[in-house]
Design a protein around this ligand. Structure first.
Ligand SMILES: Nc1ncnc2c1ncn2[C@@H]1O[C@H](COP(=O)(O)OP(=O)(O)OP(=O)(O)O)[C@@H](O)[C@H]1O
Length: 272
């Protein structure tokens, strides 16, 4: 693979485009703790990009920089070719970035459908006054939003539980609903924080398939943190490896597997 080429086709026939996000010399500190130390890497259009490393390596901090939730003290983030300014979470969503969380963040008392609809809030432009004086626009908007959400529900095969309160669902299905909510926002870049955590083998297989299908069908670029190395190596086009806030590896799964520093710090030792 030529990292400088504008686009290339993967072995499984997917097209990876130019750079979607470019992170340059990022340093992030919490008081005296340097969680990220001068790290640069990019995420390319259509790619599945993993971030791995031992506990406390700085992976979640990095995902929060990518999402725009944390503003690093040093370095720059370019998204879709433009330097990204400090942003509020709703501005991030409008830029086309959605995420799931390590600990599921859904409304347990609400139905699956209503939870997924919350992922669509940024598209609901018609305010209360406009709704009152121009019912047609609001109705059209509602129909469009529902149609997109229905497509996501079909895609993730969760029609049967659409009216079920999320609190009653088993863990693996909750994770799928969280993915559905993120997809409802129709993101350009989807961030997944440990999508397989706490899952059994069958649930992991299902989730892996859905991640690949999302990438393939919607063309969504995906960045994920994951501890299950089998899953990471199977799913990812490229992998960034972090250790103590530093980047110690970056490349294809094969390149990373053969990197001695990565083996010493992470792959060669037992971890969860
Ligand atoms: N909000 C915060 N305030 C202070 N320190 C923090 C904060 N978030 C993270 N840290 C510190 O930054 C370092 C990196 O943490 P981070 O959670 O990013 O690592 P991680 O690789 O995601 O770990 P894990 O795999 O356990 O989730 C750790 O030393 C952590 O204690």
């Amino acid at each position: 693979m030529n990292a400088m080429a504008d686009s290339y086709v993967t072995e499984d026939g997917r097209t990876i485009g130019g750079v979607l996000m470019d992170l340059r010399e990022i340093t992030l500190r919490f008081g005296g703790v340097e969680a990220i130390k001068n790290i640069s890497f990019d995420i390319r259009e259509g790619e599945i990009r993993a971030i791995i490393g031992p506990n406390g390596a700085g992976k979640s901090s990095m995902l929060n920089v990518i999402s725009g939730f944390y503003k690093p003290q040093e370095g720059e983030v370019y998204f879709r070719g433009a330097l990204r300014p400090a942003m509020k979470p709703y501005q991030v969503a409008r830029q086309g970035i959605a995420r799931t969380f390590q600990n599921i963040a859904l409304f347990e008392g609400m139905t699956v459908l209503d939870n997924i609809m919350t992922g669509r809030l940024n598209y609901m432009k018609a305010g209360i006054i406009k709704q009152a004086i121009w019912k047609g626009a609001a109705e059209r908007e509602e129909i469009e939003n529902r149609a997109h959400v229905e497509r996501v529900i079909d895609f993730l095969d969760i029609q049967a539980i659409r009216k079920t309160p999320v609190g009653r669902l088993p863990y693996g299905l909750k994770k799928r609903v969280e993915l559905a909510r993120a997809l409802a926002a129709d993101p350009k870049l989807l961030l997944l924080d440990e999508p397989m955590a706490g899952m059994n083998v069958e649930e992991k297989e299902d989730m892996s398939r859905f991640i690949l299908d999302v990438n393939d069908e919607f063309g969504t670029t995906i960045a994920l943190i994951e501890h299950d190395m089998g899953v990471v190596m199977d799913l990812s086009d490229r992998v960034v490896v972090m250790d103590y806030g530093r980047k110690i590896g970056d490349g294809t799964p094969d390149e990373v597997r053969g990197n001695q520093e990565v083996i010493d710090a992470y792959l060669g030792v037992a971890h969860d």
